[in-house]
Design a protein around this ligand. Structure first.
Ligand code: HEM
Length: 253
């Protein structure tokens, strides 16, 4: 029996061995999907984590909900470990497939920066920011996720604030926050353009509108993240004398 490829060759006269491989398109798709999952995750994450702005009790309650307290007496921090592990798997997958986009030699990098200076094209600059923030997140995202996987019981109004302030994690969170918000914002914008989500009848005008929406979202998330980080730092500072002590719900202290 003739293979399908061979039959096609006979019918079309084309050599199927020269057909373009589908693998690059599949890898590209994998990158888009994993990026979308991570971007959506981070959008929810920064909102949930800003519950500290509503008070210690609000953050405590939310932490317990994530630990499954409505169903499990006292909550189970292992649930957070599993969630962090799943996110970490997406993180590694996304970084792994994105690596192919990194300049692979100094020569290639120089060629790119010259090209960028020459064109000063907005979308080319955005690509550069994404590569840089992605590189930073390789390290900082891994540190954060490792802590979340291995110390899930140390999340809460005081535990988190002690980590941010007394364990000196705030400089790392500050850099991670800026990197992840820019990276996710630009990533989502590029996805919208790539898949033509809002192209409609006037793709150019819609592209500009998408860009404006992305800018507003990035600014809003940066402000929210900075406000939360400030709150964790203030609580951590006030709690520095009782480092390690856990929050008692309803006590306000
Ligand atoms: C399931 C996985 C994750 C969990 C459970 C988690 C949990 C937390 C918690 C509890 C905080 C508050 C500070 C603390 O307790 O140390 C925090 C802060 C933060 N996380 Fe995550 N996180 C996760 C994944 C990620 C990922 C993948 C990123 C980005 C790569 C990220 C970026 C941040 C940033 C930037 C902050 C500081 C936020 C701010 O300044 O407002 N997190 N995270």
């Amino acid at each position: 029996m003739l293979s399908r490829g061979y039959t096609t060759e006979l019918l079309t006269g084309k050599d199927s061995s020269k057909r373009k491989s589908r693998i690059p398109a599949r890898i590209d798709f994998l990158q888009s999907v994993s990026g979308l999952v991570l971007a959506l995750f981070i959008m929810f994450h920064l909102v949930f984590e800003s519950s500290i702005l509503l008070g210690k009790d609000a953050m405590y309650m939310l932490t317990k909900v994530f630990e499954g307290e409505p169903f499990i007496q006292g909550g189970e921090p292992l649930i957070i470990s599993v969630l962090a592990f799943i996110i970490f798997a997406f993180f590694v997958l996304h970084a792994g497939v994105a690596m192919r986009k990194f300049p692979s030699s100094y020569k290639e990098y120089r060629r790119y920066t010259e090209h960028k200076a020459l064109l000063n094209h907005n979308d080319t600059n955005l690509w550069y920011v994404q590569i840089m923030t992605g590189f930073i997140m390789f390290f900082l995202g891994s540190i954060h996720l490792y802590i979340m996987m291995t110390q899930p019981e140390n999340i809460g109004p005081y535990a988190s604030s002690d980590r941010v302030y007394s364990d000196l994690m705030w400089p790392m969170y500050l850099v991670l926050l800026i990197s992840v918000v820019l990276h996710a914002g630009i990533g989502l914008y590029r996805l919208i353009i790539k898949w033509g989500v809002f192209d409609g009848k006037d793709p150019k005008a819609n592209r500009q509108r998408s860009r404006r929406i992305a800018k507003v979202l990035v600014t809003a998330y940066l402000l929210l993240g900075l406000a939360s980080l400030g709150a964790y730092m203030r609580i951590g500072y006030e709690h520095r004398g009782e480092y390690g002590q856990r929050y008692v719900p309803g006590s306000g202290k």
